[in-house]
Design a protein. Structure first.
Length: 238
């Protein structure tokens, strides 16, 4: 889990460089993963007055008024659409357009304040940009469970050594409200963990979840909001 620990150190740096907030006493020590890594830094986020125009100004930024049949993430539960918007999941129009967008377009949309575009850009940069993983974890601390989902999937597909980390991140997303991760976790991993690996990954998930909470306190000075479980519509047809 050394790479995940290094990324968490980088995520803490993301908070410091973008918000300038000081951690409450002891917050930075709380549940910090062990490991030695250089702490990356990122440029300060642009203010509203200096943001560039959005490259897709007519693209809907929420699910209001959109056809649920074209939503790649909704089960059809009436409250799930709001939950998905609040936890970083793209609507159908964003998902289609951003998959086809160029890197430059995603960069511009992210600079314009589009967090969905920023998440999809960082997922695209995993393995190339050493700061991308830290930014996705920092987004996860802010409640973006789509960012954790993409990071977990990428970890599972890199190499066998990444599977325990993928499991741990997936479990964190589940702890933070996305219970549907349990439905497809084994398929995503592509391999079964041994009993020992699973126990270690569960311990890492608890550790990572606590650290994401500490990052939130560091940025906002208050505890994270209560976890809201994802509404999910179960098909009871027999």
């Amino acid at each position: 889990m050394a790479m995940l620990a290094a990324a968490m150190l980088g995520a803490a740096s993301v908070w410091r460089s973008t918000s300038g907030a000081q951690a409450p006493a002891g917050a930075e020590q709380a549940a910090k993963p062990s490991g030695q890594a250089a702490t990356p830094s990122v440029e300060a986020a642009p203010t509203a007055s200096t943001r560039p125009p959005h490259p897709f100004p007519d693209l809907p930024r929420s699910r209001d008024g959109l056809d649920i049949d074209h939503d790649p993430f909704s089960s059809g539960h009436p409250e799930e659409r709001r939950w998905l918007d609040q936890h970083g999941f793209p609507n159908g129009a964003q998902w289609t357009r951003y998959q086809q967008a160029s890197d430059a377009e995603l960069d511009q949309a992210a600079l314009a304040g589009d967090t969905v575009a920023a998440t999809m850009r960082d997922a695209r940069r995993l393995g190339v940009d050493p700061k991308a993983e830290s930014r996705l974890l920092a987004a996860g601390a802010e409640g973006d469970l789509f960012a954790l989902s993409l990071l977990s999937s990428w970890k599972a597909g890199t190499h066998a050594a990444g599977i325990p980390e993928a499991y741990a991140i997936s479990r964190v997303a589940e702890m933070r409200g996305d219970l549907t991760t349990a439905l497809h976790r084994e398929m995503m991993l592509g391999a079964r963990l041994s009993g020992e690996q699973r126990l270690l990954a569960e311990a890492e998930a608890l550790h990572l979840n606590l650290h994401l909470n500490a990052l939130y306190r560091q940025k906002h000075g208050v505890d994270p909001p209560p976890v809201e479980m994802r509404p999910y519509q179960v098909d009871d047809a027999r």
